[in-house]
Structure formats: C-alpha cells, structure tokens
Design a binder for this molecule. Structure first.
Ligand SMILES: Cc1cc2nc3c(=O)[nH]c(=O)nc-3n(C[C@H](O)[C@H](O)[C@H](O)COP(=O)(O)O)c2cc1C
Length: 281
C-alpha cells in the first residue's frame, strides 16, 4: 500500500523529468542531451540532481527559478510562500547524505549540503522579506528514498542557519511519519521539541497528530501550531470538529494520490453525516 503511494508520487514526477534533464544537459554541456533520461536513470530524479556532472551554474539557475516562482506567487496575490524542503523534495535531496553524493561545494559537509537550501531561502526572502517566507523540513524523513547518517547534527545546523532570515515559521514533519504513513506508534513530537530549542521563530509541527496530542504539543511549548494532513483531507470542517470535540470522519487511504475528485471533495461535513445517519434510523 505504502509503495503504491510512493509509486504514484514518482509517476507524477516522470512528466517533468525529461525537461529537467534536458535543461541540465544544455546548461552543463553534457552529451546526454539526445537522451536526457540517461542523466537521471530510473528513478533518478533524486540521484540525478546530485550527480556531480550537474554543474554549479545550472544549480544557480534553479535557485533563480525559485526566486521567479516567489515573484509569481506575489503577483498572484498570495500571502506568503512556504519552501518544501522535506519528503525528498529537491532541497532535501541536497541536505541528506544518503542521496547527496556530490563532491563539490554542494556535497560532503553539512555546511555544503545545506548550501542549496539556504541559497533558495535567500532568493525567496529577497522577494518577500523573511516574515512572508517559511520552510518545511522532515528531519529523519525517508519518503522518496532519502536518508541521512546524522540527522540530528544536520537539522540542528539547518534550524540554526534559518534563524538569520526571520522566517514566518519553520514547518517540521515529525520522524514518525513517512509521507502520510505512521511508521512509529507512540513516538512523541521529538523533532519539534528538539528544534524548538534552536529555532527562534514560530514552529508548525506536522505528522501523526490527533486533536488531543496537537493540543499537548502546543501546551508543552514544542510547537506554536499543528498542521493536519489526513484528517483535513477527510474532514472539510476539521477546525470546527476539533473546537467542538465532534467525532472525525475516517480517511480512506485508497483514495490518496488518485487523480479524480473522489476522496478529496466528497467527505461529508458533520451536519451532513448526522442527517444521513438520522434518516437511516
Ligand atoms: C492525500 C495526501 C496528499 C499529500 N501530498 C503531499 C505532497 O504532495 N507532498 C508532501 O510533502 N506531503 C504530502 N502529504 C503529506 C502531508 O503533508 C502530511 O505531512 C502527512 O499527511 C502527515 O500528516 P498527518 O499525520 O496529519 O496526515 C500528503 C498527504 C495526503 C493525505
């Protein structure tokens, strides 16, 4: 089941892979241009970006792409932008040494592996100012094939470096979650609790929270806010249900990462559910 979700996520990436690979080849003067996928291999979107043949000047153009994306978000009227640097997304592929095998200034030491993320954040902050930019990280996350030999040292460093930007918040996915699957029963909000002592701004914790454990995390000071994934998908009125202590709809995992509206727009509001239950009595 879990593999299915990861595969669907790969399939979505496969559409952009050849374009990205082609751009890398053009920028870096590589021969693989005739068959760009050779550069990335299968399922190499992860490894390919970290191949040392993908040159630093191309990476500079990717940083520029993030800056342009931030500008477009601003022009479109967004309130701010969150950089996804967890779950094996591009900045995470640089951060974690299980996947980053580069030998240049973007690989090796923690400082080098953090360079791409910090350059991207810098670019986004240049558009919005720090207080309208946020970063999402997944310390010890292994979704999309990433892993790290020393996640504590890595993410302590990242959190400390991010302090300089005055970000709107740091969004932390707990290690007990792989993608949207709980991998470790009963594990507390360890990442938020740890990074809270290092990161000086607001913290949003996510992953494996129930309404009561979310309240506890905020009460104990490990997070300022808690984000919900699966419960929000299944409960269009989630804040109201939590506020009033109402029961939650159960989510249907089979509809995650599917390509139509089923499982995204058809979960009932609490009143609808109660009405349909009452009509069957
Ligand atoms: C249907 C669905 C789609 C998701 N899509 C993404 C995604 O595209 N990228 C990502 O990093 N996380 C994705 N997530 C993970 C959530 O952002 C969240 O981190 C995860 O569900 C854990 O929180 P939860 O325990 O409250 O569900 C998705 C989750 C669900 C249920």
């Amino acid at each position: 089941m879990e593999e299915n979700h990861e595969r669907r996520s790969w399939e979505a990436w496969a559409h952009v892979l050849p374009t990205l690979a082609y751009r890398a080849c053009v920028a870096c003067g590589l021969d693989e241009r005739r068959n760009p996928c050779q550069l990335f291999g299968q399922p190499g979107v992860l490894a390919g970006f970290n191949d040392k043949r993908v040159c630093a000047s191309w990476l500079a153009s990717i940083v520029e792409d993030y800056r342009k994306a931030a500008e477009r978000a601003k022009a479109a009227g967004f309130d701010g932008v969150e950089l996804h640097a967890g779950n094996g997304y591009l900045p995470d592929q640089f951060l974690q040494d299980g996947i980053n095998k580069r030998t240049d200034m973007y690989g090796g030491s923690i400082e080098n592996r953090s360079r791409f993320l910090l350059q991207v954040v810098d670019a986004m902050v240049s558009v919005w100012g720090g207080n309208r930019v946020a970063v999402r990280i997944a310390p010890s996350g292994t979704w999309n094939g990433v892993s790290d030999s020393n996640p504590i040292a890595l993410f302590d460093y990242v959190a400390r470096q991010l302090n300089r930007f005055g970000l709107a918040y740091l969004h932390i996915i707990e290690p007990r979650i792989k993608g949207n699957v709980l991998t470790s029963e009963g594990q507390g909000h360890v990442a938020a609790a740890r990074l809270r002592k290092i990161f000086t701004g607001k913290i949003i914790a996510a992953g494996g929270f129930e309404p009561d454990t979310a309240e506890a995390a905020v009460r104990e000071g490990d997070a300022d806010l808690v984000a919900f994934g699966r419960h929000f998908v299944a409960n269009p009125d989630l804040p109201k249900r939590i506020r009033l202590g109402l029961p939650l709809n159960a989510y249907d995992r089979d509809t995650f990462y599917t390509f139509d509206a089923r499982g995204y727009t058809d979960y009932p509001f609490y009143e609808q559910r109660s009405a349909s239950l009452a009509s069957t009595l």
